[in-house]
Design a protein. Structure first.
Length: 146
């Protein structure tokens, strides 16, 4: 599991990248998945955490009332979207009521911003969802710590 901690401006936020327990293998894919990520949130409810790559599916567990409580400080980014998921994943995310917990993540320079923007515009058109994904959601989350 890749781990990064940010202490600037007094923040104690964490960002994790972990593997998906199913799907294709690729170099660097680990064996730490949603179970371990959820356990981190359970053990550290005060930590505000951003999970890369849609949290490896962790966001699905937000539909379970007890897990929604444990994942209240969890957020998810869209890194590797074109490689991992079909754009219809956002229909499920909207249905789960957690679009506000999603942030744009790119895997730049491997994947370009334009590639993501095309996908987001295809899904949301010029609606508020694009602006929220591209920065509003992250700004609200990060500024709530100031």
């Amino acid at each position: 599991m890749a781990f990064c901690r940010c202490f600037s401006r007094g923040w104690n936020d964490s960002s994790f990248s972990h593997g998906k327990p199913v799907g294709h293998d690729y170099p660097g894919k680990g064996n730490v998945g949603p179970k371990e990520a959820a356990q981190f949130c359970i053990n550290h409810p005060e930590a505000k955490v951003i999970f890369a790559h849609f949290g490896g599916g962790l966001w699905l567990y937000e539909l379970m009332p007890e897990m929604k409580k444990y994942l209240q400080n969890a957020r998810y980014d869209t890194a590797a979207l074109p490689w991992l998921y079909q754009p219809q994943i956002f229909q499920a995310i909207i249905g789960a009521g957690i679009l506000e917990k999603m942030f744009y993540g790119s895997d730049f320079p491997i994947l370009s911003f334009e590639r993501y923007k095309k996908i987001f515009n295809q899904i949301f058109g010029e609606k508020e969802g694009v602006d929220n994904l591209l920065g509003e959601n992250a700004a609200k989350f990060l500024l709530s710590r100031c």
